[in-house]
Design a protein around this ligand. Structure first.
Ligand code: GLT
Ligand code: MN
Ligand code: MN
Length: 386
């Protein structure tokens, strides 16, 4: 019942199961597996797809001949396993050239190089079948506001995305672009720090219909925000093009823990939301195993992400079928229709009638709201005693 299958659309990045456990205080602890080995590992644990940055697959200094050989071997691994590539992205943060950003760098040469690198990476992703293209601007920020004008940064980012939307159209790639926000790390402050900020920015682009978001659990939790609310806003705006699932303690560094490892209740409401609305994109796990893990434990990590998702999906089904919970929801949302005359689209008559109406404010303020009871039912459902 909790066995991952391709129809669940579980995906991982090469950089996630391939993470070697390097951190700012310590060297790698695991051997790096090749992209081909990682595809086989993902097939073994039951994933549907693999995503990558250009340089997860093709080293930044590879010659065209080396690139073609790597791509051919990777394609063969995909064919052998049935693993697909739904999403691709560009590494615009690792190389020293990007130390002050890519599209928002103060150096026009760096900005142009970032565009060139992204077009080439879009070619690579399209060649392997990717339909979603993620933009995570990890270095698009500052340590000191003396160094960059934030309005210039916004304008530079807009110019780059408009350029790349046109390239997408000109090549006929049909990509949907998904912008991923993060508040900080590796920069002290990163521009467009939340999913909400990205949504506001998208509306200012030349092709807003082509661009949506890729919200990540951990990134909103770093900022102490309710992730599901950000996802709901993106969904309601028709902008939930991709999602990065993982977990972490609130207000900490970017931990990228296994999905559901820290905040089970938040993970439950997230899965319930995605399943209830019928989100049909990838369930991408942008997480990595603890630094203490060996390769067997990395597999346990990957399987754990997917199993937790499926268990929470089953819990969401139970929630929707639980008579006591549904009765409480019906009570909470009861509507006797007495306000219908006032609500909905504005008319002058409605406004006049509403202004003249007398409310029993005291009674309204005393109405019982059984939210403790309802929440406890959720807790008991999650703890497995219902
Ligand atoms: C990096 C980052 C992630 C992004 C990846 C895509 S790379 O691991 O922390 O949140 O989604 O660029
Ligand atoms: Mn992260
Ligand atoms: Mn991410």
């Amino acid at each position: 019942m909790y066995t991952p299958k391709p129809e669940h659309k579980f995906t991982f990045g090469l950089w996630t199961v391939g993470n070697v456990g390097r951190d700012p205080f310590g060297a790698p602890v695991r051997e790096g597996l090749s992209p081909v080995q990682l595809v086989h590992l993902l097939a073994e644990v039951g994933a549907y797809g693999v995503n990558f940055h250009d340089n997860d697959l093709v080293p930044i200094d590879a010659t065209p001949a080396e690139r073609d050989k790597i791509v051919a071997e990777f394609k063969k691994a995909l064919d052998d396993t049935g693993i697909v590539v739904p999403m691709a992205t560009t590494n615009l943060f690792y190389d020293p050239v990007f130390r002050d950003g890519a599209f928002t760098s103060n150096d026009p040469k760096v900005r142009a190089y970032a565009l060139q690198k992204t077009m080439r990476a879009m070619d690579l992703g399209a060649e392997l079948g990717a339909k979603v293209y993620v933009f995570w601007g990890g270095r698009e920020g500052v340590e000191s506001d003396a160094t960059k004008n934030p309005v210039d940064a916004i304008k530079r980012m807009r110019e780059a995305l408009n350029f790349l939307c046109e390239y997408n159209l000109a090549q006929g790639y049909g990509y949907k672009f998904a912008l991923e926000a993060k508040p900080n790390e590796p920069r002290s402050d990163i521009y467009f720090p939340t999913t909400g900020a990205m949504l506001g920015f998208i509306a200012t682009l030349d092709h807003p219909e082509m661009v949506g978001v890729n919200p990540e659990v951990a990134h909103e939790h770093m900022a102490g925000l309710n992730f599901m609310h950000a996802v709901a806003q993106a969904w309601e705006a028709g902008k939930l093009f991709h999602i990065d699932l993982n977990d972490q303690k609130f207000n900490r560094y970017d931990q990228d823990f296994r999905f559901g490892a820290e905040n089970i209740k938040a993970a439950f409401f997230l899965v319930k939301f995605l399943e209830d609305v019928g989100y049909d994109g990838s369930r991408h796990f942008d997480a990595h195993a603890y630094r203490t893990s060996d390769i067997e434990d990395v597999k346990a990590f990957a399987l754990g992400c997917m199993r937790t998702y499926l268990i929470l999906k089953e819990k969401a089904r139970q929630f929707n079928e639980d008579e006591e919970i549904q009765a409480l929801l019906a009570e909470i949302n009861a509507d006797d229709g007495s306000m219908d005359a006032f609500t909905g689209p504005y008319t002058a008559d409605k406004a006049a009638a509403l202004k003249a109406y007398t409310f029993d404010r005291t009674a309204m303020g005393k109405r019982g709201l059984p939210y403790e009871k309802l929440d406890q039912l959720v807790v008991e459902l999650l703890l497995g005693v219902r």
